[in-house]
Ligand binder design. Structure first.
Ligand SMILES: NC(=O)c1ccc[n+]([C@@H]2O[C@H](COP(=O)([O-])OP(=O)(O)OC[C@H]3O[C@@H](n4cnc5c(N)ncnc54)[C@H](O)[C@@H]3O)[C@@H](O)[C@H]2O)c1
Ligand SMILES: O=P(O)(O)OC[C@H](O)CO
Length: 376
């Protein structure tokens, strides 16, 4: 399937060539869905799985137990042999959970020729170090081109080929323009198909922070839902949660307005309002006084990330009361009622000063001056 739109913000941009051969490293639900997306976009695709049983099941039934009910075409090579998965790859897509990225990156670095770019798909912050995923890669795969893939995208819906839009983020030129042949633009074209539409962003920090924090917010939203608290508190949570994302992004060098994009508002809205979200479902069980079902071994990034987001925020002096409340409930046994009471009885504050102008920057698409909006 051929993608026809321009892949970059540059009006006169010539669509770059896709990467022809893609290695997806991590055969959980998301890696499997991305393998399907790459295959539909016409790429030669390999899928590396950690679990021998999952690989054996794919060999037998063409279905991955991490994403049951979806057939993998025979053209996708599924293997537990990392070297075989990476052989000849022009792009490596790392889709292991955030706390395991460093270990996998070290192994991939030893096998992947210099200059082959990587795409990072985990939504999280490393707990031991407070490092963003891009920082982990800069340390373990120094000098290698990298981009972040994030945004509102349930694996199951991508597997069903439901229309999905994601963000591909990487640093661009000083004017915010992606140079011709920039890896991020090539990655966008590599995955683009009729029902899978990547957008580019030059703010990887804002995109990464959004992806990590939205998991924590989804746990909070699930708690509210499980408690039967109605729609008002969820709306308040979404708005105040976006303000928390924005504050942490800016403190780490990202841009406040990124929170309004797919990886911010888009993913927060999706994940905070659907039982398809593992994070939301986990919170829902807590809110309802049930023990969360983690038996399937599925990743609930918001649990570990409540701790890592809060630690990073505290180090940077950023107030994130919702993430702090989730951390207290999930890791320190604070009763839900007390966590909610603490959120509602803090000192009264002003809303974000969204129209405060701190800087004037050039918009990458139009070159027209655009006011940068900073949330207080
Ligand atoms: N599932 C989704 O809808 C979705 C969508 C977008 C992003 N993500 C992100 O993708 C990442 C992977 O999630 P998923 O949904 O594919 O996982 P999953 O819950 O489907 O499966 C668990 C995965 O963790 C891997 N794993 C477990 N222990 C490991 C270890 N010690 N070392 C390496 N890998 C290990 C397993 O091999 C398996 O691939 C997460 O960061 C998640 O937030 C998921
Ligand atoms: O099921 P969750 O909560 O891990 O969310 C999956 C994706 O991140 C949604 O974009």
């Amino acid at each position: 399937m051929r993608h026809t739109g321009s892949a970059t913000p540059n009006a006169d941009f010539h669509e770059p060539a896709p990467y022809g051969r893609v290695a997806i490293i991590g055969g959980g639900a998301w890696g499997t869905a991305l393998a399907l997306a790459a295959e539909r976009a016409g790429r030669e695709t390999t899928l590396w799985l950690r679990e021998a049983e999952a690989a054996a099941q794919i060999a037998r039934t063409r279905q991955n137990p991490f994403l049951p009910g979806h057939r993998l075409p025979g053209s996708i090579l599924a293997t537990t042999d990392l070297a075989a998965a990476l052989r000849g790859a022009e792009l490596a897509v790392l889709v292991v959970p955030s706390q395991h990225l460093r270990g996998i990156a070290t192994r991939v670095e030893a096998l992947l020729p210099e200059g082959i770019p990587v795409t990072l798909c985990a939504k999280g912050i490393e707990a031991d170090t407070g490092a963003l995923m891009t920082q982990v890669i800069a340390e373990e795969m120094p000098g290698r081109p990298q981009a972040v893939l994030s945004g509102p995208s349930f694996a199951i819906e991508v597997a069903e080929d439901q229309p999905t839009a994601v963000t591909i983020a990487a640093p661009a030129g000083p004017d915010g323009i992606f140079a011709e042949g920039h890896p991020a633009a090539r990655i966008a074209v590599t995955f683009a198909s009729r029902h899978f539409r990547p957008y580019l962003s030059d703010d990887p920090i804002g995109v990464e922070v959004s992806g990590a924090v939205k998991n924590v917010l989804a746990v909070a939203s699930g708690i509210i839902d499980g408690r039967g608290m109605g729609s008002n508190p969820r709306a308040a949570l979404l708005a105040r949660g976006l303000a928390e994302i924005s504050r942490l992004s800016v403190a780490l060098g990202g841009r406040a307005e990124t929170v309004l994009g797919l990886s911010g508002a888009g993913d927060v809205i999706l994940t905070c309002s659907s039982t398809k979200s593992r994070n939301f479902s986990f919170g829902q069980a807590i809110g309802a006084g049930r023990v969360p079902d983690t038996a399937r071994g599925a990743v609930v990034e918001g649990v570990v990330n409540a701790r890592s987001v809060l630690a990073l925020a505290q180090k940077r002096g950023v107030a994130m009361p919702i993430c702090e409340a989730v951390d207290r409930v999930v890791h320190h046994g604070l009763p839900v009622e007390r966590a909610i009471a603490a959120l509602l009885t803090g000192p009264l504050r002003a809303e974000p000063r969204a129209l405060e102008h701190r800087a004037s920057i050039a918009h990458p698409a139009t070159e027209a001056p655009l006011r940068r909006r900073v949330f207080a």
